[in-house]
Design a protein. Structure first.
Lengths: 233, 233
């Protein structure tokens, strides 16, 4: 095992044993290096990896805000990894979309009415005016879909779903340019969002799942992803 | 943007544009540092992150085998990230198991009969003797379930499913100690694997999905994960 991996393992053990919890600060680089008998370079490399994994945020400067803090941003980290693997062409975009449909229809069927996440989804929907430009609309769209996923109460599904959106963010942003009539598409997406939310609030999980699947597939088809074979699942 | 992130972005662009493909070698650290006008330390940090993401394997020494090679191991990388997030307690193990059930029952319903992955699953099953010790049995178990997932033809679902197993590998290993009668459990798991494969080969995807769900939930319940509420999906 290389020295930066020793540091990683030590820190992971600190997490597992509860010595280092969310919001806590890692010991200073110099302290860690001395304690583990490794170079500061190795400590720095381990911290860079933990940053990329969404487990810590590296601090700068000095004072109360300085130091490396333990955070929990799994979706961003998994999203970066997926994006890299899409770039090396081993994870086709069509598979990403199909997985979105799978996770999101599952979550829609299990979204808990009355949960704070669902209230948040309704609040986001109110702000999704069809007059918004594609970028602003899509940012709210991501939040809306994440809130629906969260309402199902499975943190892993929510993180994975978030990572899928994150991984194709640039790609999806480019897709809006393919749409012949953005305001019409935005208006349709808005109506569909309302229908999905109504199905969940009406305790019809099966219908909510179907609507979400059709909503996601419909969008990518319209934007010309060219999913062969039509339906994704 | 910090300098190691500049290096990361440059390499990701090389992937996207096809300048760097699977199996290719990254330029030497010194060359990259000079070309991008950054320190070798920053280049090294970026490479460490790419390694952790399962996108490159860092080489050592000199000669034809030296250098940093582009690889594609998304499951291992996502698994490490999930494991870290489980350690910081933000991804409950029960949610991991529920997500396994979701992904694997979906894949079982869509596994293609006659696909190479399914042939491989049958070959692994032949080697899963109930007389194996838990560790050897579980290693084949992971391969068997991965082959089933692969037979559905979605690389993202396969990678995510692999990452879930990877993330709870140590945890799951510990669970076998809770079983009162390992040979009996192993024999039952073996029978269930055969039934799942038979359902797929008999073109009964719905039954295969149900069997996989019951198989996974049954195991974790028996091993005392204590999934509240009984059924997972």
């Amino acid at each position: 095992m290389r020295t930066h991996q020793l540091v990683l393992q030590w820190i992971e053990n600190q997490f597992s044993s509860g010595q280092l919890a969310l919001g806590a600060r890692l010991p200073a680089e110099r302290t860690l290096a001395e304690q583990l008998g490794v170079s500061r370079t190795s400590v720095r490399e381990a911290i860079r990896i933990l940053e990329a994994m969404g487990v810590v945020r590296a601090g700068v400067g000095s004072g109360p805000e300085a130091g490396t803090v333990v955070i929990a941003e799994p979706a961003a980290a998994l999203g970066s990894a997926l994006r890299l693997h899409i770039a090396t062409s081993h994870l086709p975009v069509a598979d990403i979309v199909q997985t979105r449909v799978l996770l999101e229809s599952w979550a829609a069927a299990r979204a808990r009415t009355g949960s704070p996440a669902l209230t948040e989804a309704a609040r986001i929907l109110d702000r999704m005016d069809a007059g918004l430009d594609p970028e602003a609309f899509m940012e709210l769209d991501v939040s809306f879909h994440l809130a629906l996923a969260e309402a199902a109460g499975n943190a892993v599904v929510t993180a994975m779903m978030g990572s899928l959106r994150e991984s194709i963010r640039n790609y999806a942003g480019g897709l809006t340019a393919n749409l012949s009539d953005w305001p019409a598409t935005a208006a349709r997406l808005h109506v569909e969002h309302g229908e999905i939310l109504a199905a969940i609030n009406g305790h019809d999980g099966g219908k909510a799942a179907e609507l979400v699947a059709a909503h996601i597939e419909g969008y990518y088809n319209e934007a010309g992803l060219g999913l062969s074979g039509g339906a994704l699942i």
